[in-house]
Write a protein that binds this ligand. Sequence first.
Ligand SMILES: [Zn+2]
Length: 349
Amino acid sequence: MQSSEIKRYHSHIMLDGFGVSGQIKLSKAKVLCVGAGGIASPFLYYLAAAGIGTLAIIDGDTVSVDNLCRQILYTQNDVALKKVDVAKAKLAKLNSEICIEVFDDYLDMANAQALFRRYDLVADCSDNYRTKLIINDVCVAGEQPFVTASARQHKGHFAFFDGKGPCYRCLFDELDVQQEESCHEVGVFSPVLGMLGSLQAIAIIKFLAGYACAFNQLLEIDALTLQQKLFTLQINKNCVLQHHSAVRHEVVPEQQVQFVSCLKSLHRKYQLIDVRSLSEHNQRNLGGECIPLENLATYFAKVSPTECIVLYCQAGKRSQLACEILASMGFKEVYSLVGGVSGACSCCV
Ligand SMILES: [Zn+2]
């Protein structure tokens, strides 16, 4: 380590349990931040300041005036500019010694798997359930640790998952992504986002520097009462991701279960299957044939396993199970539609 680095990171190096070795570990670490908004703003500042070797940011949005009240990475002069470009320029001014990679894009199932493999840790700084579930599912598939946080009005939630289970889906069984409310609709107290970003930075810097970390706990903070609650999370046996990895690996090799968030993103011929009941299908569907989950194995026993199959249900839980069933039967190209009928984007409805 050079003397300039020792000078720069002196306050961390002096800490018990951190030392020079902790700083060297940070300089070799690669962290991916999904989203560049209110939680990401303080998070990215702290990680850049701490000397994380490679800091990557993915976000496809531009800065708007209504962001400025909570996304403190940006100023009035940045309005209409790409968030990742502004973020990169600001963070490079703070620390020119680190590598900052940016992706002007939104995270989806198609880009997440390859992207996540390039980094040691993933930080969920997104503001919507669809993205949170993608991060969760890809991290759990690769047993990759990740931090996640979300805020609503005066309350915030933070968790650091080890990637082996429990997970985000263990908490929220069948998320109806359509009922999701944005900060715009319900409001959010912006300093809460600052607390959450700082908590994520604390967790990641601690982990990378080699401190003992408490995984799989959910911290709830209430800015009005200043009360904090800490919950120890347990694996939900109904969680669709089935955290008993030995069983899961035996039945379904991970790479065969894939997700798709929009049917239009699959640029190939596929068979669309609704795995809900016929009555659910008749009420509202996204097209395709209705083969209820319990009849799936019988039906597909006669179908060539080279076919590309896209499965959907109400919220994505049954279709993922269906995906695993078909994968165990030898199908190589099976996709589960993230969010199902409830979460379908406008072009899939
Ligand atoms: Zn789970």
